[in-house]
Design a protein around this ligand. Structure first.
Ligand SMILES: Cc1ncc(COP(=O)(O)O)c(C=O)c1O
Length: 369
């Protein structure tokens, strides 16, 4: 059998998870899985939301509309865009990974620029789609090198995975404005943002001023529903939307109707809003305590946080994978998130700080002793 080899690698992060689980079962010791990219403080409590779904309905049992169930698209327009967009600009996807693959497949660019520290999946999705990539160091670099970016695309992820840093919204709008004017396609991939913000967040509405912006978002992080595989794409560009809709059809044949009805209820009903608010509040409280603990104990890799402290859900610590592993803490080496290979990369690792604070302290106090 002959195979089309893309050069993309199976997720090394998944590999680390499998290795840690094996070590835990072999030694009988408990591990703290901070290698993962999920909110693990609490589950979202769906008890009062599930009765709002009619399981014996066509809405749940029959193929949903290709671009998504209209009620969910209306809910997204209301909650994310304050009804300033339209359902024709919104497409439901199988989460962010699927959305990014479809976006990269749909746009016609020579190159895509990603931040110096990036989510590793980006480069693998680009390899699968035969799309070359480059990194950018910061927004000043973009301004100075704009000729290289013209007619190409850039991915912006804020709060950042892996650093956990957040850039000021005014600065973000400023750079989007500059890129948009220079004909750069902006792929806005910020699935961690809405964990920290409620529906009064106006940023997506403000992004509607820029035609070259494609927003991709996911309910994996902001609602803790990574198991449901659901997210959305928004664009104002008619030509993009037409082709994206075709690519979505032949890639998915519609997105799981249960997950769509569930998210619709979470966004729109009183029961759903309460479950969402409670989930976010508890999660963010523990994230914040964990970050403060790392700062107070000098475990944070401070060179990444000279301007502002991180907000999460990831943080870079000044311990390496092995040092953390010796304390039964799972992490991912920083080298997995950058093309750089200097000392700071070797000595640091990314951890997820979205776990119960008492458990977090218990494991880290062992590391400190
Ligand atoms: C920056 C970023 N974008 C997108 C995603 C995609 O998440 P999902 O496919 O679960 O929606 C992730 C997941 O870790 C991520 O970190």
């Amino acid at each position: 059998m002959r195979i089309k080899k893309s050069g993309a690698k199976y997720s090394a992060i998944v590999g680390i998870g499998e290795q840690l689980k094996k070590m835990s079962s072999e030694t009988g010791r408990e591990f703290l899985y901070l290698n993962r990219g999920i909110n693990a403080v609490v589950n979202i409590n769906l008890t009062n939301v599930i009765p709002l779904i009619d399981f014996n309905s066509n809405a749940l049992q029959v193929y949903p509309a290709n671009s998504g169930i209209i009620g969910l698209k209306k809910a997204i327009n209301s909650v994310y865009f304050h009804n300033n967009s339209g359902t024709e600009n919104i497409f439901i996807t199988n989460g962010g990974m699927n959305a990014l693959d479809l976006i990269i497949r749909t746009i016609n660019v020579e190159k895509i620029f990603i931040a110096e520290y990036f989510w590793g999946a980006y480069i693998n999705i680009m390899k699968i789609n035969n799309t070359p990539f480059s990194t950018y160091f910061n927004f000043d670099y973009i301004k100075q090198n704009i000729e290289q970016l013209k007619n190409n695309a850039i991915i912006i992820c804020d709060p950042n995975n892996p650093l956990g840093t957040k850039i000021d919204d005014n600065e973000l709008i400023d750079i989007v404005n500059f890129l948009n004017k220079n004909n750069v396609t902006i792929i806005w991939d910020s699935p961690y943002r809405r964990l920290f913000l409620d529906n009064s967040d106006m940023l997506y509405s403000e992004l509607l001023a820029f035609e070259n912006v494609i927003i991709t978002d996911s309910f994996s992080k902001s609602l803790g529903l990574s198991g449901q595989r659901i997210g959305f794409v928004h664009s104002l560009n008619k030509e993009f939307n037409e082709q994206f809709n075709i690519n979505l059809l032949y890639n998915t044949n519609g997105i799981n109707a249960f997950s769509q009805l569930l998210v619709e209820r979470l966004l729109q009903t009183e029961e759903g809003k309460k479950a969402t608010t409670d989930f976010k509040q508890t999660t963010v409280e523990h994230i914040s305590k964990n970050i403060n603990y790392l700062i107070e104990n000098g475990i944070i890799a401070s060179e990444f946080y000279t301007n502002a402290k991180p907000i999460g859900i990831f943080v870079i610590v000044n311990k390496n994978y092995q040092q953390l592993l010796d304390a039964k803490i799972g992490s991912v080496p920083l080298s997995f998130f950058t093309l750089k290979n200097d000392k700071s990369v070797e000595n640091n690792a990314r951890i997820c700080v979205s776990v119960n604070h008492d458990k977090f302290k218990r494991f880290f106090s062992e590391l400190l002793n």
